[in-house]
Design a protein around this ligand. Structure first.
Ligand SMILES: Cc1cc2nc3c(=O)[nH]c(=O)nc-3n(C[C@H](O)[C@H](O)[C@H](O)COP(=O)(O)OP(=O)(O)OC[C@H]3O[C@@H](n4cnc5c(N)ncnc54)[C@H](O)[C@@H]3O)c2cc1C
Length: 505
């Protein structure tokens, strides 16, 4: 065995220092590793030599990266390069578009733990009276935020007097107030995050951001392109129509990427106008809990989990595994016993295994922007979104009702919705900046049981924020009705051991 740590990411200030005194400053690019790895498939030289070759002739390395990555379509090679970006002063709306890309990594400023300043992005699409309206509403939102933050702080201090005896407890109590007060702040509020992506994902992110209807989001894509393209031009090529055509002598094909959505909005819009009256009231009603509906699953989730467990622990065919699973399900405790034994050594810190990936669940969730901000981070799910819609009502934190603060919340929610609908007539996309964390949208979440275990452990746990805690409890509850065996240990970390003991008693 010969293992070499071939590279790792470093702070850019250190890279610059080393680069300024280097013989070959042009070799300070993540392309050398990506290219060396790309050459592994055809060149028998040891990979350390391939890396050295790439460093010694960076122009040739770039040429070969273009040939391998783009001409031959071996694009996964670009995944060996990693990029880190500090992203500051973008709106929460812009964060939603960035974090839509699920193969990347993000860590962002939490509105739960930090008090918000009146600091927001002004959309460049708005001007004149529209901009005045936007600024006024943002000012009002922050005024209500400060007012309700003070009132909520008093409410939580009264509710948890013992916590105030320690610094840590005081922080927790303040956190509760921040967490709930932020529901009245807008999606234009500034955020900051750390963002990490491989070359391949970064390229996809850039293409998608650059095709966005909002200027701020296009600018973000442009900035990623400018900065990453400067250090790794051979890996970030597919993003720019002009550069692409220059390089490859053919136009960048991105019609599907850029045109399908607006096109389909028209096509579907027409169908809905024609047919909605005839289907009204005829749709099946799906099982629901709170704001969550379960509208589909794989045919027999428990059978599929059993089938997978039998399959991975034997050498028998999928058909026979299915027949055995069927017999076990029909035979009293047989099926439960197999799954229970499979979970015997599980704990809340180790992921559920792949056997839980065959059982899948489709949910429709109506959730607040605050809750969506958390749900979107679960990258192993499929998430499909509708736009925010005031017709779906607003989310009120329970403590707001308890503290008698519903009125100021409702007033600012209503004021914001009115301004949103007004702006939307002229600015269908930019109007969303004004909406608050308490505004809601519909989304489809498709997840397998493995990810549902993960969501449950993190989000049903006592440390989780109340909004996503409720949504994930409803998701797991609904799924458990159709897959009681598969999900027999899907619980928050805090109660996991207790539930496990009950199971094995
Ligand atoms: C109480 C609490 C507080 C939080 N506070 C913050 C905060 O202040 N700021 C913040 O930014 N986030 C915060 N989060 C979000 C958290 O950091 C996660 O992003 C979120 O819970 C999604 O979970 P996940 O990343 O484990 O996995 P998912 O995306 O749900 O994926 C499931 C699993 O797949 C694997 N996986 C998925 N993608 C990758 C990948 N790219 N590389 C390696 N493994 C991968 C991991 O094993 C992961 O556990 C908080 C979460 C909780 C529960």
């Amino acid at each position: 065995m010969k293992i070499t740590l071939a590279g790792y990411n470093l702070d850019v200030s250190l890279i610059e220092q080393a680069r300024n005194s280097a013989d070959k400053p042009e070799a300070f690019t993540p392309e050398t590793i990506a290219v060396a790895y790309a050459r592994i498939s055809r060149d028998p030289s040891p990979v350390s030599e391939l890396r050295e070759k790439a460093i010694n002739d960076i122009e040739k390395a770039r040429k070969s990266a273009r040939a391998i990555v783009f001409d031959m379509g071996h694009q996964s090679v670009a995944e060996h390069a990693a990029f880190n970006f500090d992203v500051l002063d973008i709106s929460r709306l812009c964060v939603e578009s960035l974090e839509w890309h699920r193969l990347c990594s993000y860590t962002e400023k939490s509105q739960r733990y930090q008090e918000l300043e009146e600091d927001f992005v002004e959309p460049s699409e708005l001007e004149g009276k529209d901009l005045d309206l936007f600024r006024n509403i943002m000012g009002e939102q922050f005024a209500v935020y400060r007012e309700v933050y003070g009132a909520l702080l008093e409410h939580f201090r009264g509710r948890y007097p013992d916590q105030l005896e320690t610094k840590r407890g005081t922080n927790v109590v303040e956190g509760y107030a921040k967490e709930d007060a932020r529901y009245v702040t807008g999606l234009a509020t500034k955020a900051q995050l750390g963002f990490t992506a491989s070359g391949r994902n970064l390229e996809y992110v850039i293409r998608s951001l650059r095709a966005h209807p909002l200027r701020e989001i296009r600018d973000l894509g442009e900035e990623f392109y400018r900065q990453a393209g400067a250090v790794a031009p051979a890996l970030i090529l597919l993003t720019d129509p002009v550069e692409y055509e220059k390089e490859f002598g053919r136009p960048l094909q991105d019609d599907h990427f850029t045109r399908t959505r607006p096109h389909m909005r028209e096509v579907i819009g027409e169908i809905v106008r024609e047919l909605s009256d005839t289907v009204e009231g005829t749709s099946p009603s799906f099982p629901a809990r709170g704001d969550v509906k379960l509208f589909g699953t794989t045919p027999e989730p428990d059978l599929e989990t059993l089938q997978a467990i039998i399959h991975t622990h034997t050498n028998i065919s999928a058909e026979t595994c299915a027949r055995l699973a069927r017999q076990l399900l029909d035979d009293g405790d047989g099926a439960a016993r197999v799954i229970r034994e499979f979970l015997r050594f599980s704990n809340p810190w180790e992921a559920a295994t792949r056997e839980f990936e065959l059982a899948q669940f489709n949910f429709e969730v109506v959730l607040s922007a605050a809750c969506f901000g958390q749900m979107k981070r679960h990258r192993m799910t499929t998430q499909l979104l509708q736009g925010y819609d005031p017709a779906l009502g607003y989310t009120y934190p329970p403590a707001v009702i308890e503290a008698g603060l519903k009125d100021p919340f409702e007033r600012i929610y209503d004021r914001t919705s009115e301004a949103f609908l007004n702006l939307k007539e002229r600015h269908p996309h930019a109007a969303e900046y004004i909406l608050t964390n308490g505004h809601r949208r519909r989304m489809i979440v498709r997840t397998d049981a493995r990810e549902l275990y993960h969501i449950s452990r993190l989000r049903e746990d006592a440390h989780a924020q109340w909004d996503i805690r409720q949504v994930s409890a409803d998701m797991v509850g609904l799924a458990r009705e159709v897959a009681p065996l598969t999900l027999m240990l899907a619980y928050g970390k805090d109660v996991f051991e207790e539930k496990k003991e009950e199971l094995f008693d």
